[in-house]
Ligand binder design. Structure first.
Ligand code: AMP
Length: 130
């Protein structure tokens, strides 16, 4: 069965997209640790990060770096944290999280999402990604 992220990639379910290239997509996490929490996802569905081949792995890291550089311009923070968990969605994704405190890096702290503002936030981040 296709992962929820494959359904997003195929346009079956919506997302707040911030960037896309031929092989990757980046969109806002729907249950963010912190404002601007973004997921970078390879379009080809592979469950585990270290099962990616060396080229796909490097390309995902390069794509994530490009998104992170834009994200830190768009969302004031001390730094962008990068994590790979994958316990909930078995489709490789890199979490990029604007960090101000260590609790922003814990997946128990969650940010309230203002649905009227999240679309504007995604558009704002998208303008900063080069
Ligand atoms: P994990 O697989 O443990 O790295 O966590 C999966 C992440 O995907 C969680 O932070 C979820 O909030 C996020 N997530 C799950 N479904 C969606 C979705 N439809 N759109 C955006 N983010 C999602």
């Amino acid at each position: 069965m296709a992962s929820i992220f494959s359904k997003i990639i195929d346009g079956e379910i919506p997302c707040y997209k911030v960037a896309e290239d031929q092989n990757h997509i980046a969109f806002l996490d729907i249950n963010p640790n912190a404002k601007g929490h973004t997921l970078c996802v390879p379009k080809k569905e592979v469950n585990k990060l270290f099962d990616l081949g060396p080229q796909a792995y490097s390309e995902l890291m390069e794509f994530s770096r490009t998104v992170a550089l834009g994200l830190r311009k768009a969302v004031p923070c001390q730094r962008i944290g990068m994590m790979v968990i994958g316990l909930e969605v078995p489709h490789v994704h890199v979490h990029l999280i604007p960090l101000n405190t260590i609790s922003d890096a814990t997946f128990t702290k969650k940010e309230q999402v203002d649905k009227s503002q999240i679309f504007e936030l995604a558009k704002h981040i998208a303008t900063k990604i080069g």
